[in-house]
Design a protein. Sequence first.
Length: 323
Amino acid sequence: MKFLNCLLAGATLALASPSIAADPACDRQCLIDLSDEYVAALVAHDPKAVPLAPDLRTVENLKRIKPGEGLWKSLSAGPDKFVIHVPDPVSQEVGIMLVAKNAEAKPVMFGIRLKLDKGRIVEAEHLIGNPLNDAQLANLQEPRPALLREVPYEYADSRGRMLWLGKSYYDALDDGNSNESAFGDDCERHENGFQTARNPMTRPMTGPVSGQADPVFAYLGGLGCAAQMDTNMWEYISAIANRRVEIADPVTGLVWGMSQFHHDFAKQDFRLIGVPGATVRHMDYKPFDMPAIHIYKVWGGKIHEIEAVGLTTAYNSPTGWEE
């Protein structure tokens, strides 16, 4: 209802002044309200509760769906405290990342991108992760405070600089070269609830030396965002496709990025650079894709926080946006 009130107020103003467009853009608060109301409509299983365009295109986990399908059926409860909004009045898009409950009442992390045209939603994109376990949920009770904090004027970046930083992250990751982007020394990344950068360098060894208990894995996970890239640890990513970085909120310094990671695993051994006790990382995996959403916290010309959600899919999966 807040979203509709914003539009009605804008329409009244437009009628009062011929110099203002008849179809006013949705401002920052209007976009935030729209994303909240869209999630509420999903929980209510009611597509009519939000302004969907007749030619709406919706993609959920790389597949085209219709209103009433997918999350419109499966979302059983709305979010609690973990909600992050990224509104952009310039592109008339908004992203919202949250934790809510699926049809089995299990918590899941997901993101939604909405695009408006003349006050109606013309594109909706849902990316839903797998049900979360206790270890993931421990980091998803509420957003990290730095993500939601408004950026002081003296440290705020232009929208153009913010979008460049979001795009450059994929370049730096793909090429294993942190110099292709710009990271703060404090850069910390979380993915699907797991902290994947700036962890403690040593971790308790309570079981077999494998997975996160492996000392090499622990060392890599303890490095910051830039230092990780420079070890060549991401060489197993064969390509990052379907890159879309067009949503930025200068108020909070948040940038919304979407992409699809391809992993062909044509080889299983990857060279490591500067990692104590290891020169090669062995990864015995089958080929797979990972569509993902990244939210970047930007201020002072650098990336300081990253929050991401993704899921694994078949290798070279279609994006869902093909005509």
